[in-house]
Design a protein. Structure first.
Length: 354
């Protein structure tokens, strides 16, 4: 006679098995956007060469998007962005200085080589763009924007959602950080003269904001809502990324990534004491949440224009949850639920044995 688990154990085993099936990459991927910050293809590559050169492996950063405009030469790549819900992309406000940049643009998701878009790639138009109401293109303050896609994406090995951190994450303690994009191979500009055809990537360090604002560095030009990343000696910078693209850091306790910054500006490229400056997604977490809530309940006044500035944020919202922003479960919550289920299962098995 075989060994049988008690009925209560089977009830717990089922959701645990489902959880493992969802989290484990395989050919039977469910295609649902129920997680964020995960990279299914990294497991297929055995985490080899995720970053270490210039060209990224296909699917290494599955939330990155290419925003393209037909008036830009080559592939049309204009700016980068990050998919944070199945229908919303986070990018930089300075990428959209003219309405035609949005009206004529498209968003390419799931791509690696922009000259060869495979079946895994989705191409979308932009339904709506929301620029921060206090964005200043001279000082680059509040350089953040949201783009609503024409339809929701279908998540896959190559298309995943990014995790936007709330105030509980200690971003300054994250040490494994990267930039990626198809962007500038020369000096920064809104419309690059030369762009890469294959997705580029590089590892960077988060640098102290006070150091970045010191007299030898940026001399006070960096805002408190910015993140500074690169190397003091220069060499690697957002030449490997591009405006609007992601600054990503691996969580210190689990194998998923946080979207901690949006590529904003810098002086030159790869110069000593001139690291890349990024808009802090954590600082604008509540702003993002407010815009998504407003978009879900539009009014004729707020949404009467295709391109609009954002709804005013007064800092009085209740503390949001990660799921409400990214549209997917908070990764730590999934892990906690898993281990809680394991503990309950062990208790049932222990009681059955007694």
């Amino acid at each position: 006679m075989g060994c049988r688990a008690p009925p209560g154990a089977m009830v717990l085993l089922l959701p645990l098995a489902v959880l493992l099936a969802v989290c484990r990459p395989g050919h039977g991927f469910s295609g649902t956007c129920d997680t964020c910050g995960l990279r299914p293809m990294a497991y297929h590559y055995n985490n080899m060469r995720i970053v270490g050169g210039t060209e990224a492996l296909h699917g290494s950063w599955p939330w990155i998007v290419s925003i393209q405009n037909p008036h830009v030469s080559g592939t049309g790549h204009m700016c980068g962005g990050s998919l944070i819900t199945p229908q919303w992309v986070l990018s930089a406000a300075h990428c959209f200085g003219h309405p035609s940049y949005i009206l004529e643009s498209r968003v390419v998701i799931g791509a690696n080589d922009l000259t060869h878009l495979g079946q895994e790639v989705e191409v979308h138009t932009i339904r709506r763009a929301i620029l921060h109401e206090y964005f200043n293109n001279r000082t680059m303050i509040n350089d953040i924007a949201l783009l609503e896609l024409d339809r929701p994406v279908h998540c896959s090995y190559y298309i995943q959602l990014a995790c936007v951190p709330d105030a509980s994450l200690r971003v300054s303690e994250l040490t494994d950080c990267y930039v990626s994009g198809w962007g500038h191979t020369g000096m920064r500009s809104v419309v690059p003269v030369q762009t890469a055809e294959i997705l580029q990537e590089a590892k960077v360090q988060l640098l102290d904001l006070h150091l970045c604002n010191s007299s030898r560095w940026y001399a006070g030009a960096v805002h408190t809502h910015n993140v500074c990343a690169g190397y003091p000696q220069g060499g690697i910078d957002t030449c490997q990324g591009d405006s609007g693209g992601p600054l990503m850091c691996r969580d210190n306790n689990a194998d998923y990534f946080w979207l901690v910054g949006v590529t904003s500006w810098g002086k030159g490229c790869g110069r000593a004491f001139r690291p890349g400056i990024y808009t802090s997604t954590q600082h604008f977490y509540n702003w993002i949440l407010l815009q998504l809530r407003a978009a879900a309940h539009p009014t004729s006044r707020t949404w009467s224009h295709f391109m609009t500035t954002s709804s005013h944020y007064h800092g009085q919202n209740a503390a949001p949850t990660q799921a409400s922003v990214s549209g997917c479960p908070y990764p730590v919550q999934k892990l906690r639920e898993f281990f809680t289920g394991v503990q309950n299962l062990l208790q049932i098995l222990k009681g059955n044995k007694a």
